[in-house]
Design a protein around this ligand. Structure first.
Ligand SMILES: [Zn+2]
Length: 301
């Protein structure tokens, strides 16, 4: 992922869109916004990206730093600001720059990220334009989550193992799921994306697309959270195995192997402690419920 966006090592699962609340041409620069934010006591400009009326994108606060943009909702986010105040004065060049930047971010996180307006978490009108329409977001803030493809892959239990050099429709399907150009040719770009995806899921980063990779690709965590019902999830503890452990690990952002080992236990304990429960490794219904709620809130509210 070269150019304007480089994925930070800190965990990120939401992107927030803002507007600068000014239409003045002499405010259409990073220096002015930084000055305003320093005057408010921030250590630097609060946003990571600033989109000028011309459509040019400038970098603000380093992406590795948490933004100062959505009070109480800064951790785990990226903040993007478009210069503008009146709805009708935002430019198409800005919208297209926003779409392109958000698509890059979405692809870098393999769609496990959602996009929101500042107004979703604050009693403000920010941003004043219809960002959901501009970015074609669904109700959960997902950008371009192609559910027909997702269902298509889930429906077929026969997975085709793919590797560098392969061609055809299965490669196209893979490329769509990876969010890269779907030309049906498993070349260098596809190889790079597959390796990156596997690395992100703690798999050995080779080019082979195994059944496990297909499953990970075709089951975005957002889908799982949406349909999950705590009352149907079993009690788990150290030593448990299976699909529900995989789901637990996804929710805790851990390596997904379906085995409840000491590492999973460590994060379960920390989660329980953080929420005022006795830090044992047991995940009962109320812990599932809490875990789902927390993740839903982080993603959608
Ligand atoms: Zn804002």
């Amino acid at each position: 992922m070269s150019g304007i966006f480089k994925k930070p090592t800190r965990r990120v699962d939401r992107v927030f869109i803002h507007c600068s609340a000014s239409d003045h041409a002499n405010h259409d620069n990073i220096a002015t916004i930084r000055k305003w934010h320093l005057a408010r006591g921030f250590s630097d400009i609060g946003y990571h990206f600033f989109i000028h009326k011309s459509g040019k994108v400038s970098k603000g606060r380093p992406i590795k730093k948490i933004p100062a943009a959505q009070r109480g909702n800064n951790t785990g986010t990226i903040a993007i600001c478009l210069h503008g105040l009146l709805k009708e004065k935002f430019t198409q060049a800005q919208y297209s720059a926003l779409r392109s930047l958000c698509t890059k971010i979405n692809n870098a996180y393999f769609k496990n990220i959602s996009f929101h307006g500042h107004r979703e978490v604050a009693a403000k009108a920010c941003p004043v334009f219809d960002y959901k329409k501009v970015l074609k977001l669904d109700n959960y803030g997902s950008l371009g989550l192609d559910s027909s493809i997702v269902r298509g892959v889930e429906a077929t239990s026969d997975f085709t193992e793919l590797n560098y050099g392969d061609q055809g429709d299965e490669v196209k399907k893979l490329q769509k799921l990876l969010g890269i150009k779907a030309d049906g040719d498993y070349g260098k770009k596809t190889l790079k994306a597959v390796k990156e995806f596997k690395q992100q899921h703690n798999l050995y980063p080779s080019g082979i697309v195994t059944k496990q990779v297909w499953q990970l690709l075709s089951k975005p965590i957002l889908e799982n959270i949406r349909i999950a019902d705590a009352s149907r999830l079993p009690d788990l503890q150290m030593g448990s195995r299976g699909k529900s452990v995989e789901f637990l690990q996804e929710l805790l952002f851990l390596k997904v192997d379906g085995i409840f080992g000491s590492n999973t236990a460590k994060y379960v304990k920390a989660f329980k402690e953080e929420h005022g429960y006795y830090p044992s490794d047991i995940v009962q219904q109320h812990i599932w419920k809490l875990l789902l709620e927390v993740r839903r809130i982080e993603h959608y509210e």
